[in-house]
Design a protein around this ligand. Structure first.
Ligand SMILES: O=C(CO)COP(=O)(O)O
Length: 251
């Protein structure tokens, strides 16, 4: 954690969730009161559920977000969803640049930056994901890759209020593997230094989330690391009990 930064525990449901899973979300709303002292909570369901979840969450302790957006606000882009539409449905944050979108859809840093700006245009927070692959890690390129992603994906107008950075090592996503606490501390420290050098005082206040195989059993250890200001949780965010237990692990 970082002094004076309130942790954020964000759930990324990815391409999981039918209307029937609303019961898990209800359980998150019901359990949130127990953990709000520790962290802010955000759930990013598939786009089909954003409106329904946001309606349920109105006035409650869990915010609802989305997983991607198109850079434009409207137009002839079949199948795409504008940030304005997600905000209209009740989303207050949008994940952009997730490694699965970078890999599945060939999204690069310039597009990710445009999507972050689209989120702001719609009045919502951008959660920008960065992370190295196993091959890049093995080649000793981790910090170079992260520096390039931070330079290319973060817009110049980033502030602590409109931007969250999520460090998600690609090799740790969905694998049960996590970096060592020492590695997380080194890399989050590197990201913090970058943010301060580029965004000055705002950079010192930005949240830096860790993501990749976060679960109840490792959350406390990871969330205690310096400059880890919360988590972006995939698989374990589908179950209310696990998601809430992760939030309880915040210092
Ligand atoms: O990609 C992730 C969150 O965006 C992490 O996924 P897992 O928690 O399932 O490893």
């Amino acid at each position: 954690m970082t002094d004076a930064i309130r942790p954020l525990i964000a759930g990324n449901w990815k391409m999981n969730g039918l209307k029937a899973q609303a019961a898990e979300f209800d359980a998150m709303l019901n359990g949130a009161a127990d953990v709000v002292a520790k962290a802010d909570l955000l759930v990013c369901p598939p786009a089909t559920l954003v409106a329904a979840f946001a309606d349920k969450a109105r006035g409650q302790k869990v915010a609802v977000g989305a997983q991607d957006c198109h850079p434009k606000s409207s137009g002839a882009h079949t199948g795409d969803i504008a940030a304005e539409m997600l905000a209209d449905a009740g989303a207050t944050a949008i994940i952009v640049g997730h490694s699965e979108r970078r890999a599945d859809h060939g999204e690069g840093d310039a597009l990710v930056r445009q999507k972050a700006e689209a989120a702001w245009r719609a009045g919502v927070t951008a959660i920008v994901c960065i992370g190295e692959t196993q091959g890049q890690r093995d080649a000793g390129q981790t910090l170079d890759i992260l520096r390039g992603q931070l330079q290319g994906s973060l817009p110049d107008a980033s502030t602590a209020a409109n931007l969250v950075v999520a460090y998600e090592p690609v090799w740790a996503i969905g694998t049960g593997l996590t970096p060592t606490v020492q590695d997380v501390e080194q890399i989050h420290g590197f990201i913090r230094e970058f943010l301060i050098s580029r965004f000055k005082a705002e950079g010192a206040k930005m949240r830096i989330l860790y993501g990749g195989s976060v679960k109840p059993s490792n959350a406390a250890e990871l969330m205690a690391v310096k400059n880890v200001d919360g988590a972006l949780v995939g698989g374990a965010s589908l179950k209310a009990a696990d998601f809430l237990a992760i939030a309880k692990g915040c210092p």
